[in-house]
Write a new protein. Sequence first.
Length: 257
Amino acid sequence: MKFRPCIDIHNGKVKQIVGGSLLDLGNQADENFVSEKDGKFYAELYKKNGLSGGHIILLNPAGSEYYEKDVEQARGALDAYPGGLQIGGGMTAENAKRFLDMGASHVIVTSYVFKNGQIHYKNLNAIKDAVGKEHLVLDLSCRKKDGQYYVVTDRWQKYTDVILDRETLEHLADYCDEFLIHAVDVEGKASGIEKDLVKMIGDWDGIPVTYAGGVRNETDLSILREAGHGRLDVTIGSALDLFGGDMQFDKVLEYCD
């Protein structure tokens, strides 16, 4: 189990937010932590500790007054750690190469691929062709409804009709290098992980999967390690001391290593 670090950027600042609170209207979100440090600082820290495969997420939509400020924060991080970080938020077949040229190892995509509640294969194939399967991560972030997990899009505000299950993982693995899965209902709450979701994705043995959402202590890490058979990687945001939480960064690295 690898620790995958994160840099979440909203309104031009590195933040940790409550995932389900994010709104495009007024660029609003419930904030857990607003850093005085910039993206470059965190990227340099992750590089120093040999942490690769983490992700930068641009939380404002393209077209927002803050989107280019988010991009500038990301640029600083990618300059500091070229090839060490992935990036997501507003990625399309038209702009994805821009971010690879900035130094991202992969682009992370959800909303461009899931349109009108369905998998939009034209867009999926277009972005795969634009960057290559080896540079593409599909974000299958999800919320629970009627006992099942559904992929959500547009900064986690819209449900799709796509159920996240073993069959979906098997099918979409042909198009990408990795999956990133946020459990949106617990994202940013440090209230405990989504155990049912963790068990389902942990039992699947395919391309790399990173889980994010609700991790609050070493017990949660232990559950993730056991349920994921050591294959499932983890991201920790609000619970980490780097972002105002109680989990010590160095201790997390020791545990995951």
